[in-house]
Write a protein that binds this ligand. Sequence first.
Ligand code: ATP
Ligand code: MG
Ligand code: MG
Length: 326
Amino acid sequence: IVHWTPFFQTYKKQRYPWVQLAGHQGNFRAGPMPGTILKKLCPQEEACFQLLMQDVLRPYVPEYKGVLDVRELEDRGKTEANNHTDGILTNNIETTNDKEENKGAIVASYLQLQDLLGEFEQPCVMDCKIGVRTYLESELAKAKERPKLRKDMYEKMVQVDPSAPNAEERRLQGVTKPRYMVWRETISSTATLGFRVEGMKLARGGSSKDFKTTRTREQVIEALQRFVDGYPHAISKYLQHLKAIRAALNISPFFASHEVVGSSLLFVHDTKCAGVWMIDFAKTLPLPQHLPRIRHDADWQVGNHEDGYLIGVNNLIEIFEEIKEC
Ligand code: ATP
Ligand code: MG
Ligand code: MG
């Protein structure tokens, strides 16, 4: 299930709007330094950022500045931050043992990241989730353990596409979770193009979240066209950046050794600049021992760990090239 709300968060000190196109709103907050944001710590993502800072992909991901421990008072008005260079969760929690001072306080650890919107003025922002599937092999395996019939998932399925359930599923008025997970990737362009538009925010108002069923190549082209409409310079810059990212991916030890699932490319432009960055590594995992590398452009079959990341990047490049020629 994708929970996401686009919203504006006004920084206390900096006073510029921040756009979040995915994830839970509570997962992000303003960073202590201008140009930084905080994302709730996930140990898997932290491990990725540590490796990425040593990899050829470093220029294409937000700068990672370590783990930050934040004491959140209930009113969220006053916060205290203790800088940690390497975040060990238990240590972080131990840093606040003054009972009186911490009454009603919750301690949370965050990744301190470069704010990719920091250098832009009234930016247009788009989040594209990359890959032919957005769940881990382990998540599918877990769902297959005791597959129960799910009426709620059946209903969600029918709401999007009344013809999706087969005769048996219709008779039982239920589908299993693994069946739902695989089906879900086919209602957007994820399964076919290796990426989908997750959210978009245009400079003036217009933020759209309604891309759940943006599926065909034509529909996707239309959405991307709308995104760059009025910013002709952005198209060639995006193409340059995407090609640079692809070249770096092809020689990256990090990319060769990881399954990159649920990760996004974040596109940002304003009237002057444009850039693309890789974000969200919460579901990026080292490959299992018996699999030293994957191709990233091969078909996914259960168990082969292929993520289709390059299928998505290649299709994005092709589509932007088509848009450029229009
Ligand atoms: P989900 O797993 O649902 O995609 P998440 O909680 O893992 O969400 P992200 O995908 O990392 O969160 O980020 C959510 C949104 O926040 C992005 O779509 C983007 O709009 C914004 N965002 C994330 N990281 C940055 C960054 N470094 N700079 C600017 N914006 C960012
Ligand atoms: Mg994301
Ligand atoms: Mg995520």
